[in-house]
Design a protein around this ligand. Sequence first.
Ligand code: HEM
Length: 430
Amino acid sequence: MAVMNFLASYDAIPEDDVPQRVALLRETMATGRAALFAELRAHRPVFSTPVGVFVTRHPDVLEVLSAPTTFTVGVFGPALEDVLGAPFILARDGADVHWRERGYGQLVLAAEDAPRVRKLTARIADQVLDEAIARGTDTFDLVQDYARLAVARVAAAYLGFDGIEEETLHSCTRRMQWAFAINPGRDPEIHAAGVTAGRELHDRVAELITRRRAADPADGPDDVLGRMLRTRLPAEYGFDDERVNANLVGYLTGYQQNATQCTATALKELVVRPEVLVEAERAAGEGDPARFDAFVWEALRFHPFVPVTPRLCVRDHVLAAGTPRQTLIPAKSVVLACFASAMFDEEVLDAPAEFRPGRPPAHNLVLGYGAHDCVGRYAAQVIVPELVRRVLLRPGVRPLPGGERDLDYAGTPFPQHYRVRSGRAAVTTT
Ligand code: HEM
């Protein structure tokens, strides 16, 4: 409840005491984000602070993300390109790289792959769960022993990182994502670690591409890398093997940590609502993916992987023009488009605090919105729900009673541990 007085406390700090205002903001974001956003939506929906302009209402978030030539990815784009060592779709705006690579991404991350990626995910998820359970302990770690491994094995098989260890795929992308997405102060050590990790993956993928080229790509595996190597673009596009490499590594970076975290947080949001869990378990067993998947996307609305995405405003812009909250955003402002707030906008969503699978798609911004929305969405839309579904199909595998909310971040930006019963405990204790 204390956070409901956030604005009063914030305003009481003198405007020129920037460190204290920023400290209060960071603390409140970390400990009471949902209440903070509710307060901002009600009282200061476009909130200018020393760390950026918080945009909290659903229509305003959509307005920002619909205008990529005014609100660019310039806040993190340069860091992302350092980490990848090449131009990339999420690091640029405009005609040259973004528009073209967007089309390329849609081609190689083909929507029609979804059914077979779902089957692949189911098979791999079951294998990894069997391995975790076969270790014979009463509990295992859903993040380290299941989600991280299953996600990496799906990446290896679908994207085409064959022969690269799961640990490399996971730990490199963690350092890379940390460097470009969660390093607003540009801590040089975090940045350097991300660049080194990007280099490591680049070098492994370069070996892989050499191997695949030597073996005649026409006979190569039907995975995303295989498709990339068979695609011929006009030479003036400059789309050589280095760009193939950067794109493949970039796709992995947009996926590995996201899918791992989403598996854990979606499960958490289901198990903390026992009556919802019962319905989700039933839907998991019924075999109608559309019905089951709606539970997972609604769960992620409560705990999205990307709660806020930053943009750089490059020219003066009047936001929410003609409404009482109309605000001039001056050029050079950092704008924070708050997905996690927009998805709870009570003027747009009906009863946003209620868990209601099957809400209108426009109310779910878990995969982003606008020019930079998730180009891997067709894969994401089957991989994440199927990873959660395979767990729900095993009634013995559930978070420890009382530990349903215990995601352990271990001092990092992503959940690292989530302890679950292995099923053995259920048998031995009942
Ligand atoms: C698994 C769960 C996933 C989640 C939660 C997720 C989430 C997101 C979000 C929120 C964005 C927008 C970022 C922004 O506006 O700043 C995004 C963009 C992107 N995602 Fe995903 N994603 C997932 C899976 C994937 C997969 C499987 C791939 C590729 C294989 C992928 C590749 C990308 C790329 C390349 C972009 C940038 C698109 C652009 O700049 O036009 N993502 N994703």
